[in-house]
Design a protein around this ligand. Structure first.
Ligand code: GDD
Ligand code: MN
Length: 385
């Protein structure tokens, strides 16, 4: 049995498997007040997995110091089931973080999660395992594919569940649309697909975090019917809905390259300063107006490129470090900035001539739009993400 009260710091699952035995599957079962269910759950899973994986799996129960002493019940069962481990978390609550804690002490190459209350049918695990065996990085048990469903949910509950999914689709379309049941808490994932990524979910929906922060290329889905709870009660309250929305918003902000964009903006401002200074110098040296504009503009572009390459996009530039590639980035940056200039002129004309807007207001709006344009196209094209 695990030492009790163990608290692991950090929010990454490591790459290495500190294993002395040969564990292939580590299945985490998060529990809070499940002493009436856990015994049967462990019995069913053990019987099934003993047959398929012999001693090459482990069941890791992560209990948040349940007042009904679930952890103690499990601890006593460890004498009967050699593949069973239990962790009692004493200073933290929450389903998703409990799952990550379990994965952090896990030995297996394949990590998984299943509810303790028998609402996730254990047999489905074998199908998930088969999908991983075929090569999937992530195998999700889903209520919304063939052979999937819910037992007898009220219309209101179905509506709430689907509503939450639609909200996810609106806020994080690229992530939530990758699976039919993003709310599922029943799945297997290859350790390497999440290893060394920062996982810091809020609330219940660990799969969304795995989809957003991990890199699973091959995702498989297996249908299952969400069973009714016979013992104990669900821990879901309105708080879990609030946390879900918080989680979505946090991921949204993280996935938008906010910091990069701010840096790009700062560099842009430095460019304005360089441009003005150079323009002033050239004019005082007696150069013509147009020539001064062009020269000072190009010097500002060089300035911006160098700062962006060494700061804003330094991590990306680092991956392609030759002189030739650097020069290619510079040329692309130049071209993108030029298209930005053309776009700028078009927008000002449209807004001021077309809509009769004040010219300076039109120019401000154009600058804002062109800054976004320059940032995005350079990110995708010049530094290529
Ligand atoms: N350690 C820990 N800490 N476990 C928790 C906590 C917690 O704070 N809260 C809940 N759990 C455990 C429960 O004991 C149970 O084993 C599992 O997490 C799911 O909790 P329920 O309260 O039964 O959730 P549900 O029935 O609404 O299930 C929903 O969420 C699941 C997430 O795993 C559905 O959306 C499922 O499809 C989904 O799988
Ligand atoms: Mn449940």
């Amino acid at each position: 049995p695990e030492p009790t009260g163990l608290l692991i710091i950090g929010n990454r699952v490591t790459q290495a498997t500190p294993d002395h035995r040969n564990i292939r599957l580590s299945l985490v079962i998060p529990t809070y007040c499940e002493s009436e269910n856990i015994q049967q759950m462990i019995a069913q899973l053990s019987q099934m997995l003993d047959r398929v994986l012999r001693d090459e799996y482990e069941l890791i129960i992560v209990d948040d110091d349940s007042p009904d002493l679930t952890w103690k019940t499990v601890n006593d069962l460890c004498w009967v089931y050699p593949q069973l481990r239990v962790m009692r978390r004493q200073h933290q609550r929450g389903l998703s973080t409990a799952v990550i804690r379990g994965w952090q002490v896990a030995n297996g190459e394949i990590l998984g999660v299943i509810d303790a209350d028998l609402q996730h049918p254990p047999e489905t695990l074998l199908q998930l395992w088969a999908e991983i065996h075929k090569g999937a990085d992530l195998a999700v048990a889903s209520r919304h594919v063939d052979h999937g469903g819910v037992s007898d949910w009220s219309l209101g509950r179905r509506f709430l569940s689907r509503g939450a999914q639609v909200l996810g689709l609106v806020i994080l379309p690229g992530i939530v649309s990758r699976v039919s049941d993003p709310m599922s808490g029943y799945f297997l994932v290859r350790r390497e697909a999440i290893a060394d990524q920062v996982l810091s979910p809020i609330g219940y929906k660990i799969l969304i975090e795995v989809l957003a922060q991990g890199h699973s290329r091959w995702i498989a889905e297996v249908g299952y019917v969400f069973q009714e709870r016979s013992e104990g009660a669900s821990k879901v309250t309105w708080k879990q809905y609030v946390e879900y929305v918080q989680h979505l918003i946090r991921l949204r902000l993280m996935l938008w390259p906010v910091q990069r964009f701010l840096r790009f903006g700062v560099v842009g401002l430095s460019g304005v300063f360089v441009d003005m200074t150079m323009f002033y110098l050239f004019r005082h040296l007696g150069l013509g107006l147009t020539l001064s504009v062009i020269l000072s503009g190009e010097i500002a572009i060089v300035n911006n490129f160098l700062w962006n390459d060494r700061w804003t996009f330094a991590d990306l530039a680092h991956q392609q470090r030759s002189w030739g590639k650097g020069f290619k980035r510079f040329l692309k940056f130049n071209i993108v900035c030029l298209t930005g200039l053309v776009l700028n002129a078009i927008i000002v004309n449209l807004l001021s001539r077309g809509l009769g807007m004040n010219e300076y207001l039109a120019k401000l709006i154009a600058i804002a739009i062109v800054t976004f344009w320059n940032f995005w196209v350079n990110l995708k094209l010049s530094w290529r993400v």
